[in-house]
Design a protein around this ligand. Sequence first.
Ligand SMILES: [Zn+2]
Length: 465
Amino acid sequence: MWPDKQRGIRVSKEELLCKNACGYYGNPAWQGFCSKCWKERPRSAAGSTQDESPSNDRTPLTFSKFEEKKSSEKGRRINTVRKFFWGSPSPPKRQESSESYSNVLKAYQRLEPGDFTGFLKLLRSAPSQRLQSQCTAFLNTMEAYHDLEVQKQSDFVQDFYQSFAECFSSLPEVQVTCIMEHVEKLVMTRLHKWVFCHDSSDDEQKDLALQRRIRSFNWITPQMLGVPFPDKNAEVTGDPFLPAITAIIEMDAKRAPQDKLACVSKCSQHVFEGLSGSSTGPANADDFLSGMIYVVLKANPPRLHSNIKYVIRFGLPHSLMAGESGYYFTNLSCAVAFIEKLDGAALNLSPEEFEGYMLGQHVPSGGKGRPQVAGDTRLLLEDLKGRQEKVDQGVGALNTELHEWVQAVHSQLNEATTQFALVQKELTAQGFSPPSPEVPVEGAAGDQSVLVLTDQQEGPKDTVC
Ligand SMILES: [Zn+2]
């Protein structure tokens, strides 16, 4: 529709990063800030408390830096949550004796990432009893108070993550992260049914609105979005983004935020694979975001808004702010934000054209719709026809040449036969007997083929060299 240079969607990596330039990924849900900077904004700048604005800066960037991040307000909140769940405003006593505590630490240090069963076993073992009862108490309380406003529930869960991580603050960051991923899975698998798409939020209405909006965009083609769609062959083998579409649809079935994030990552990797089939060279960040928007529009994933909000509210902060999962999640959030305010200008269409498409009066012609495929097929057939004609011409020329050659051979043979008859007559007249039929044939191999061609002729043969 228009050259690749003029793509409608442009995004640089810098634009995906937190507005505070802290180096972490921002998110439209936090107005372009990362969750940390969003929570740490001055109260005046924050203005009135918004739905998604956690009421303070309680979440530190990394678990190990928990202590140094304490502010008085945060301290107050943490104490409240501790009283609520741990029964005392003081941090949980690590273990009864320092020896058994260090044994617990050692056991947790040996945990492999992804070994959730191992984590559960460890949590149920005798030395972990205190941690386990804390988890159980927290989950029971959360269930009992599941009517609480969802933002409060989010605050409690995030505070619980922090308090829990604090028990392991002496371990290296990477191990704390691994432990906390297991904790998140344990907690959120159980709480999902209480807090997902919570009654206190307008998530359900927003899901329906987004779903309707995406459906109304069913006329948008990859070309309109500037997605470098792979070449014509892909039309035959199917949509190269199908695995990405499947992955993003699967997200709704997962319960733990990290499992939902894993679906987003899987989807994103498939988007890159889909883009790699295009002829425009390696995919860049613009292509990736365009591809992501295309996949979201095609998939219309169930409860997309709720799923994104759920991950933001109950996911581990570090998995949203950094790393691969953070990058992909930020792109998904940007794709949804783009779709929510999508208009004609974003697709290089005039308001009239956009309106026409929305009302079903126009059908995309520049895209890979049926007319485009039919056009491509017609071109292919024309090309094939041209090649067939050339082959036909070649065959005709070859036939003529062969015919002429056979005729030339025949006339040479006739001439030779005539000359032979004359010579024979002359010899007979001079009293010689005719030569024996075994006269060897002289000449090259080519001459023998002449013999084969004319072997129905009886009698001695000669060649004309
Ligand atoms: Zn930031």
